[in-house]
Design a protein around this ligand. Structure first.
Ligand code: GLU
Length: 257
């Protein structure tokens, strides 16, 4: 294996869906295209992708199950293979292969599962295969649950010694107020110790099936920065967003030491 740089890209449900909560294939295609382009430039990506719950909903429609947790388990176990089929086909179109790794938070505790996960992801990278991870929503409940996939992405980035983490969402980054209002400015640089609570409002919280939100992204980005991982929070719907970040263009909000 050539010595490639490693980045982690996280894509949330809000990036890949339209207002009718349908998965928008061209968005996934745009992400994969950029991952393939970076691979040619010796930069490998671990993709952390949500979408299983919404994909399951697309297949099943309304559920007869009243219990919210059980319903989420069912939706995600229907939707996860659907997400992987979408990714499999798109990666194949770009001449690449992808694979699935579904951890729970417990798997990050020191021990055999953690070691096995490192081994597997290392092996996939050696083979030039793109690891796609998501929380194992079918079985990860209560104590073994991540707060959201921003946390999973951060733990993966630390685990695999990635140099950069890109958290893609549906707004351009952190704003100094409500992004829908006039005169609100994008904050392009943030330090790990900065107190950002004043910028986090309810309008920054995510809606629908995704968890997370701007507060969580900043919190995890600041944790990652302390471990020397530079994080970018940016709009995953923008065409060349990942490549532009890697090329050092001023995109989104950067959190670094
Ligand atoms: N793992 C969930 C899914 O695939 C989403 C979790 C999150 O948004 O953080 O739908």
């Amino acid at each position: 294996m050539k010595n490639k740089k490693l980045i982690v890209v996280k894509v949330g449900t809000n990036v890949m869906t339209n207002k009718d909560n349908r998965i928008v294939r061209p968005v996934l295609k745009n992400l994969v295209k950029q991952i393939a382009e970076l691979y040619e430039r010796d930069i490998q990506t671990i993709l952390v992708s949500s979408g299983s719950v919404i994909a399951g909903k697309e297949v099943l429609g309304n559920s007869v199950i009243k219990d919210k947790t059980k319903r989420r388990q069912v939706y995600s176990s229907i939707g996860q293979p659907r997400m992987m089929r979408l990714y499999y086909n798109i990666f194949r179109d770009y001449g690449m292969k992808c694979a699935q790794v579904l951890p729970t938070k417990r798997d990050f505790n020191p021990g055999v599962h953690r070691d096995n996960m490192i081994n597997c992801i290392e092996g996939l990278l050696q083979e030039g295969v793109v690891p796609i991870t998501n929380e194992d929503d079918a079985v990860s409940l209560e104590m073994s649950m991540f707060s959201d996939n921003d946390e999973l992405a951060t733990l993966i980035a630390e685990l695999m010694n990635a140099s950069k983490m890109i958290l893609l969402t549906d707004i351009d980054g952190l704003y100094d107020g409500n992004p829908d209002k006039e005169h609100t400015k994008l904050i392009s640089d943030v330090e790990p110790k900065e107190n950002l609570s004043k910028y986090i409002s309810d309008s920054n919280k995510s809606e629908g099936e995704g968890r997370g939100g701007m507060g969580s992204k900043l919190n995890h980005a600041q944790l990652a920065a302390k471990k020397n991982i530079t994080t970018y929070i940016a709009n995953g719907k923008n065409k060349n967003v990942i490549v532009d970040i890697i090329d050092g263009k001023q995109v989104g909000t950067k959190v670094s030491l």
